[in-house]
Design a protein around this ligand. Structure first.
Ligand code: 6PG
Length: 236
């Protein structure tokens, strides 16, 4: 890893969510009048975070009009489908705050269009790659993150920043950021909660596993910070 990751452990899921929300507020406010580009992750863990950010005091305190929301991955379903990350984040967060959100239309399969959008909206570059202010990630029990699953094609991609990734174990394709875009970010936060994640987290944090068997280990922001936000149940 480029820099040493920071590991922050909170007592329980509520404390974890609150701590991430407070740091999120600090990051957005520290940007002053500059727009803040944030990529959200899907799944169940971040839903609580998004609901917390959409409620008091964060709804009022965060200058949401400066926040521009992207998605790190999306399932190949319409936005109103139960599995849609957009649908989850819309109802949990951006139906309640005036942030601008850009849907990742994985149901169309047009990853190039989403890459063009990110390049157009995020002006700062690192070696030609847009520098997002914050990429929020989760981690699956198999060590996947975003839709970078073990043994899948997207793990090897170093040119395209967004792509459709066939996921045989799920018998589907998903649209996902690739490592070059994730690893160019100014901040990458991996939020992991629950005892079910402890075995794989132990492998990751104790160096007992290796990439690409554990895709989360390919997350290594070159010039940015990497923070693991954990609750005690998940922490090794
Ligand atoms: C998705 C996510 C995915 C998620 C992990 C963890 O679209 O599902 O982006 O990478 O972060 O699967 O999900 P949980 O938080 O639900 O365990």
């Amino acid at each position: 890893m480029s820099g040493q990751p920071t590991i922050i452990v909170l007592g329980d899921p509520a404390a974890l969510t609150r701590a991430v929300a407070e740091r999120f507020e600090e990051v957005v406010r520290a940007a002053g009048h500059e727009p803040v580009s944030i990529a959200l992750s899907g799944g169940s863990t971040p839903k609580r975070l998004y609901e917390t950010l959409a409620a008091s005091p964060f709804r009022e305190r965060i200058p949401w009009r400066r926040v521009e929301i992207f998605f790190g991955d999306e399932r190949a379903v319409p936005p109103d489908h139960a599995d849609s990350n957009w649908g989850m984040a819309k109802s949990a967060l951006f139906d309640h705050v005036p942030a601008r959100a850009h849907r990742m239309a994985a149901d169309t399969g047009d990853a190039e269009a989403y890459e063009r959008l990110v390049r157009e909206r995020v002006r700062e570059r690192q070696d030609g790659v847009p520098v997002l202010d914050l990429v929020l990630l989760g981690m699956g029990g198999d060590g996947h993150t975003a839709s970078l699953f073990p043994g899948t094609e997207a793990l090897k991609e170093r040119a395209r920043l967004v792509m459709m990734n066939p996921v045989p174990k799920l018998d589907t394709r998903r649209m996902t950021f690739t490592y070059p875009l994730i690893n160019a970010a100014r901040r990458v936060w991996i939020v992991v909660s629950g005892a079910d994640k402890r075995p794989v987290l132990s492998k990751c944090l104790r160096g007992e596993g290796d990439y690409p068997d554990l895709p989360i280990l390919g997350v290594d922001p070159r010039g940015g910070e990497l923070v693991w936000w954990l609750d005690e149940a998940a922490a090794p």
